[in-house]
Design a protein around this ligand. Sequence first.
Ligand code: ATP
Ligand code: MG
Length: 420
Amino acid sequence: MLTRAPRGTKDILPEESFKWHYIEENIRKVTKLFGYEEIRTPVFEHTELFQRGVGDTTDIVQKEMYTFLDKGNRSITLKPEGTAGVARAYIENSLYAQAQPIKTYYITPVFRYEAPQSGRLRQHHQFGIEVFGAKEPSIDAEIIGLAMHLLNKLEVGHIHINISSIGCPRCRPDYQSALKDFLQDRYDGLCTSCQDRYYKNPLRILDCKEDTCQDLLKDVPVILDYLCKECSDHFELLKEYLTAMGLQFQVNPMIVRGLDYYTKTVFELIASEGKFKGTVCGGGRYDGLVEEFGGPSTSGIGFGMGIDRLLMVMEGQKTYIPDTRGLDVSFVTIGDKAKTEAIKLVTDLRDADISSDIDHVGRSIRAQFKYNDRIEVPWVCILGDDELDKGIIKLRNMKTGEEEDIALEKLTEVLKDRIN
Ligand code: ATP
Ligand code: MG
């Protein structure tokens, strides 16, 4: 137990964190480019927030939440998705009183009690977008474009945009009854979860991952034929705008998304090549959510992109990820006096923004050289009594093997010059 992380969790080790930084830096660049600002909400919220916001009939609320009582006997849940917390923060901090829209993004861990498997963790990480106060389909197109801009910048290929509309509280009931009519004769063949969904939320049956249920859905009526004028106009404009942005997409009426509060646009970005194949990003519009939480009637739209899955796709596609690890300079010191002097020098180098380090484990001279070879540091400074007496240090270029003597007080200046 002591040396095993909980099932479905993963350590991000020093040798791979640079990949996460690379993705996160690109997220920060792209969101800035599109005019989004970061929001950070707590990792846990009151359980009720997710029950209300995600919906009682969803897998997330029914089976997947990490819920516990805190010492004050409050029911607390680790965030199973990002939207509910941001919507709560929007209301609690009166962000609706500012000029709209409010365009936010976040990078956060997400917790779901799932059966762990490839691409399915109990703690995963999402890059999310949430926009409040914009009802026009141009924002729907914008966030899809933002996700694609990021993926293009990261040079991820084989991503397919799937879009649909799931209507609104005015037109969806008509579709729901048509769907129930269609499924009535097929009810006995549905899995037990879908039999439950049939009564509580039939739309969710379209999303079932069981093959037997999917087989029963051949020729199922599609929601797009039932949209009211407002929803269908909205959807037509979304398609027009995506086309204007030069994006190719597929209309797929089988995507409904896992969450209850979605209205109109839903979309998924699906990877068809990589170590993970499937949905890397899912999102949609949730015009009913803020009001559901007791705020003013407010449009909302967002997405969640799984960073763990994205990285698997990138690794499978052998996408180039620049390796930014490593020092510029390392010291080899001979004797106690040299070590103290090296501490002064490395302090100066770091003050000058030159990444550098000395030996901290008492290695022999030979072992210090070997270690520096292994970490592939480009510059090594060698300092012993001889050099100290002369007030110099030996600087070795590890690529060429060339060595030169540098006056101690010139070291920072010389290295600054060599490194840039
Ligand atoms: P799925 O259908 O795969 O269960 P979902 O509908 O539950 O996905 P969302 O709630 O839309 O997923 O989450 C947004 C994104 O977060 C997903 O597209 C996926 O990339 C990622 N994601 C969701 N659950 C997990 C998980 N358990 N492990 C890793 N990534 C996940
Ligand atoms: Mg899920």
